[in-house]
Design a binder for this molecule. Structure first.
Ligand code: ZN
Length: 203
């Protein structure tokens, strides 16, 4: 069975995704476990919706984020200065509670003769964010993917996010965010490059 149906206009029709009965049953079990009645009218279609929503939250498993960096532009007129994409919003889910992680990322690299279209950095972020994650690994994976694929002089990734498992349960601390960073190459080795990039990112 197809996971995604592409219509004649090229749009993905994810709502058509068939949901196996055991997946639907699993969501019904979770609803009952939460204390509600899965047979209540308002909840009847919920298991199918939840199943399809999770396929979408986790669509990063079906792609190789590095692919977005495979098409590079080499003739950039010798531009080997900082490229920064700031405050890119993203959503992920933590692998410990499957609770939402909502945040923003700033991604920078110092090219070495090769640059990518700027939207590609956001695509790499989403490719890793749309999986079950921990913020530290997400930060490291985005940085490493840019490092491996573009072979730049340096990469800097800073992610700031709030975690549903912390704000909505456990210690219940709404508004508290966590910041993680990964610096590679010149941003790690050279303190002037590092302060420049962090300042431009607003840190
Ligand atoms: Zn969690």
């Amino acid at each position: 069975m197809p996971i995604e149906n592409t219509a004649s206009d090229g749009q993905l029709r994810k709502e058509k995704l068939p949901v196996p009965k055991h997946v639907e049953d699993a969501v019904r079990t979770l609803i009952a476990w939460s204390g509600d009645d899965p047979d209540r009218e308002g909840l009847l279609d919920t298991p199918k919706r939840v199943a399809r929503a999770w396929k979408e939250y986790c669509e990063g498993y079906r792609e190789d984020p590095g692919y977005h960096l495979s098409r590079t532009f080499e003739e950039v007129g010798g531009y080997n200065e900082l490229v920064l994409l700031k405050d890119i919003p993203f959503q992920s889910h933590c692998e410990h509670h499957m609770a939402p992680i909502v945040g923003k990322a700033s991604i920078a690299y110092m090219p070495q003769d090769r640059v990518v279209g700027i939207s590609k950095l956001a695509r790499v972020l989403n490719g890793y964010a749309r999986r079950l994650q921990v913020q530290e690994r997400l930060t490291a994976q985005v940085a490493q993917s840019i490092w491996d694929n573009l072979q730049p002089q340096g990469v800097a990734v800073v992610i700031e996010a709030t975690h549903g498992c912390m704000t909505g349960r456990g210690v219940r601390t709404p508004g508290v965010s966590m910041t993680t960073s990964r610096l590679l190459g010149c941003f790690l080795d050279d303190s002037r490059s590092r302060s420049e990039v962090l300042k431009l990112m607003g840190y």
